[in-house]
Write a protein that binds this ligand. Sequence first.
Ligand code: NAG
Ligand code: NAG
Ligand code: NAG
Ligand code: ZN
Length: 570
Amino acid sequence: MLRDYKPLAGSSQRRGFPKRNVIVMALFLVLLAIGTYQLQGKSNRDANVSIRGGRCNKIDPLAPSFDASIEKILEDSDFKSAAIERLSKAIQIPTEIQDVNPMPADNLEYYAKFFEFHAYLEKSFPLVHKHLSVEKVNEVGLVYSWAGKDDSLKPVLFMAHQDVVPVNRATVSQWDHPPFSGYYDSESDTLWGRGTADCKNLLIAELAAVELLLEDGYEPVRSVVLSFGFDEESSGVLGAKYLGKFLHERYGDDGLYAIVDEGGPVVELEENVYIATPITGEKGYVDSEITIHGVGGHSSVPPDHTTIGVAAALISTMESRPFDSTIGSENPLYGLLTCAAEHSNKLPSAFKSAILNSKDDPKEKQKLVNFISQDARFKDLIKTSQAADIINGGVKANALPEVTSFLVNHRIELQSSVNATLERDLAIVKEIAHHYGYGVKYEEQLLAPATELGYIELRGSRKLEPAPISPTHGPVWDVFAGTIQNVFEKGVFIGDDEKELYVTTALFSGNTDTKYYWPLTKNIYRFFPMIGPSYLLKTVHSVNEHIPASAHLSAIAFIYEYIVNTSENV
Ligand SMILES: *[C@@H]1O[C@H](CO)[C@@H](O)[C@H](O)[C@H]1NC(C)=O
Ligand SMILES: *[C@@H]1O[C@H](CO)[C@@H](O)[C@H](O)[C@H]1NC(C)=O
Ligand SMILES: *[C@@H]1O[C@H](CO)[C@@H](O)[C@H](O)[C@H]1NC(C)=O
Ligand SMILES: [Zn+2]
């Protein structure tokens, strides 16, 4: 998967670093961006690496006292067939969402598939619909509330989204099984279709777990809330944005115990070694929109630099000065690497040493940064990225372009901010404006008056700060991670003592619907309770999306146990 890997020429620090084949697995993991710094415990396997950094160790499994159905969920074949069938039918309702969608109240017809989906949920989960209150937010968003016995406790919230990425009609023939067939292949024990992984597995599992708990006569102490958006794949502006506000009005700042949403799965590090990768951080976002306002005229008498030339100078200056790369121990990626270093038998010691000692040793840290920076696929996880994505200017061969504008998209590094990113772009705008004799405008402010040549304007749009980093220690994390440890090690892996699981954390450069829920709690864990097969990344949002049937069962088991454990540990 690491095609074209080549160390950059001219760097001396790279000597002694692993070559491509031996680091493939580590970098695959970096892609999934995992990390953790857990309790002390397991000794490092490579005796020659002295460790002064964080540890990735096992967590005590936390088994709930009430676990009436866990065996049934994971072992019973009748339960399995029924569960797979129920998920398959959910896949068969094509809740595709486009990039731009109407306000539901203005066009209910547009959301017909979603209403069909609601009716399907009502039919499939009768106890949920009998015992929980169901509210519709912005017509299509769903909130289910299950009141706990102790209303002084903060509720636990489970999220998922009803919508799926549209299937490009031109690619339908490339699917091994039609995208909305919900086909179950018993031979390979896999379930096929758009939305199997992203994200109906989770949505249906959440409802299935609650349904089963109700069937088992369980009464939660802590309230349980489910919240399902319907346009996550187009930024959640009609779904999660309204749901987040609705829940915030109800529960207030820090009013929830924890949130579980879609995210990183459990992945196989190497044979018999698995790591769970809940995402505990997300990069920020801003688009810098830069416009060069110049003067027009006949192109037979041009200035030395047209507005297009000035735009070119700006872009090439920005590109020649990438943002700084850095990796601190707070970065979920650092924990990922720690896990890989401590539990992989394949990583070379020089690499392990750079990872494990980078916390206290600036030289080792620099080595680690250099190492990650070598690879185009991973370098952006440790710095603010910049990509000039749109440019407009000029309309005619004999007319000077009065206006040239372009857009640079940034994904902001965890420790940085929208402000720092725009500050840096503004500094370059000022420098180039000064050099070429232009004025400067930032947002509504004229910072340097327009000259006879014109002025350069910078605006930031679609601003989003990096997500607050979710805690990876303390009682809420312990219950969450302990439940994962229990479900997989004592449940999914039962009878297979060779298999080991470590719970880590992960970082993504995109955002889930949780971006509208930040004020509700700092304990936001984006996690798919399933073993992510190697084809997962290639098929999500693409052709041939499918999941192992076991992924659905482990998801139900996790939600079931987590609900009980959040009630028992108050
Ligand atoms: C560890 O160090 C010893 C002594 O320097 C060496 O003989 C041995 O090969 C090393 N082991 C590994 C796994 O690198
Ligand atoms: C889960 O429940 C068991 C049994 O009551 C309890 O011992 C354990 O502490 C709970 N786990 C968590 C994570 O709260
Ligand atoms: C960044 O924040 C500072 C302090 O609030 C403010 O003065 C400055 O204008 C901001 N910079 C940008 C580029 O928005
Ligand atoms: Zn999703």
